[in-house]
Design a protein around this ligand. Structure first.
Ligand SMILES: [Fe+2]
Ligand SMILES: [Fe+2]
Length: 295
């Protein structure tokens, strides 16, 4: 059994309800400079109402076997945060589904995948998948925050704030799936199987989804668009791969990954005024701190 070293954000997981009601008017190309990255994010967003309820159900199934009350409490907070995430993404996704014919097939595929995983795989496998996904989400969260100006600069404030809020909370609950997995199973081999399976699965489905979205935009065979798409993908992978590889270390624990100051500053804005934290000024992402639109 391993015990989490509580540090920074994870020591005080905050249960937030974000005021994002207006995301339903969102434009699919919420980053006008980067329609390809917009669709990559949209495709990933479409997975959330299937992936995150599956994570919640998996963790809930594991809960009765947990003997550490602190870990049970962390699990409950995790469940709360994930439930908020997929509910907010679903609201946003409604605007994509209304606009794109391919959305239905993308969502049906995801629903089927998670139904099968739950039906056919063991709880240990599903916990390893959950931990694999969470470790990858931690890596993605750091990348998105660090590269925020390139990825979200000048983009729609609400969608950028939605994605960044989500990943700040992924950073905040970074230890939970790992600690639950270690507490109940702890096999390095199956942790790696979960990491590889979850990574390949999510990247594969996200890829299928955004290619369909870009095809419907008429951009998939556009040379300029294809170049931008290749550039952004290479940039993402260049930043993700070293972070992904450190998860392979046998002594890896997510608490070893220090939280970015930007995320801590964002949490302080939320504590002051949740509305401000939901409307970040994307034209000021070069600055070291998040700045709300209204200041
Ligand atoms: Fe999440
Ligand atoms: Fe998560």
């Amino acid at each position: 059994m391993s015990q989490a070293v509580n540090d920074d954000m994870s020591a005080r997981m905050t249960l937030r309800r974000m005021p994002f009601e207006y995301v339903q008017q969102a434009d699919a190309h919420w980053n006008k400079n980067q329609p390809e990255f917009s669709q990559i994010v949209n495709s990933a967003s479409m997975a959330m109402p299937y992936l995150e309820p599956y994570l919640i159900r998996t963790m809930r199934k594991a809960r009765p076997d947990i003997t550490d009350p602190q870990l049970q409490e962390a699990l409950d907070n995790y469940v709360f945060q994930e439930a908020q995430h997929y509910q907010q993404h679903r609201k946003y996704n409604d605007s994509i589904s209304a606009e794109y014919d391919c959305a239905k097939a993308i969502e049906e595929r995801l629903a089927e995948d998670y139904k099968k995983l739950e039906r056919d795989k063991s709880l240990r496998f599903n916990l390893a998948y959950a931990e694999g996904f969470e470790s990858m989400a931690l890596a993605l969260g750091h990348m998105l925050i660090e590269d925020r100006d390139y990825l979200f600069g000048d983009a729609d404030a609400t969608v950028a704030s939605l994605v960044l809020w989500h990943f700040i909370e992924e950073i905040e609950h970074k230890n939970v799936a790992f600690d639950v997995y270690e507490h109940l199973h702890g096999s390095y081999f199956w942790r790696m199987v979960g990491l590889v399976y979850a990574s390949v699965h999510i990247f594969w489905r996200t890829g299928q989804g955004y290619r369909a979205l870009l095809r419907e935009d008429g951009l998939w065979n556009n040379l300029k668009s294809r170049k931008r798409h290749t550039r952004v993908l290479l940039r993402i992978f260049r930043q993700i791969i070293p972070r992904w590889l450190r998860i392979w270390k046998p002594g890896y624990h997510p608490s070893q990954v220090a939280d970015p100051q930007w995320a801590l500053d964002w949490a302080a804005i939320y504590a002051r005024d949740p509305l401000q934290s939901s409307q970040l000024d994307t034209t000021r992402f070069k600055e070291s701190r998040p700045i709300p639109l209204s200041t």
